[in-house]
Design a protein around this ligand. Structure first.
Ligand SMILES: [Mg+2]
Length: 168
């Protein structure tokens, strides 16, 4: 059984939509890693438990059709409890929630073979270290920005399908 980690923001939770709503910005298709205003206002949500606890769902729990070992998220550490409540109240599997900015390192240290994340630099780095990296691409992320060195997916169930294919 391969050990897997799954990211939360912009994979399970629609962080981008929550930010657009809170700061009254248009919910347009965009490279969320390049949006200037998000970086400028991020300070204002860093300690806002209500914000983290009420993010809209992007991928519902039913879409996770595989077993996994950890939620691996790079959020503000002080919001970890709010995130745990979000996962619980939206019906996600009960798994350990790890907050880390060094996701590849975490995977290597903890014998993780598969990472599912939306951040291009994260999946790229993980792939370079030999981890099976899936770039989850939210529908608000333009297709031409996908990083091509990794497996691109738009529904979490594709992880199950692709891993099955690999085993054949
Ligand atoms: Mg993310």
């Amino acid at each position: 059984m391969t050990r897997k980690v799954i990211d939360v923001d912009d994979v399970l939770a629609n962080f981008y939509l929550a930010m657009c709503r809170k700061f009254n910005k248009p919910y347009i298709s965009t490279d969320i890693w390049e949006v200037k205003w998000i970086g400028e206002v991020f300070d204002q949500v860093m300690n806002d438990e209500e914000f983290w606890e009420n993010l809209p769902v992007l991928s519902p729990p039913e879409s996770i059709t595989f077993d996994f070992d950890f939620y691996l998220t790079a959020m503000p550490p002080q919001m970890q409890k709010a995130r745990a409540r979000w996962l619980q109240k939206n019906g996600y599997p009960d798994k350990p929630l790890i907050v880390s900015n060094e996701k590849t390192k975490f995977c290597l240290k903890n014998d993780i073979q598969v990472i599912i994340d939306d951040k291009p630099t994260t999946v790229k780095e993980a792939a370079q270290e030999g981890i099976i990296a899936f770039q989850f691409v939210p529908y608000y992320y333009p297709e031409n920005r996908m990083y091509q060195g990794v497996k691109i997916i738009r529904h979490l169930d594709e992880v199950t399908q692709i891993l099955k294919e690999n085993e054949k």
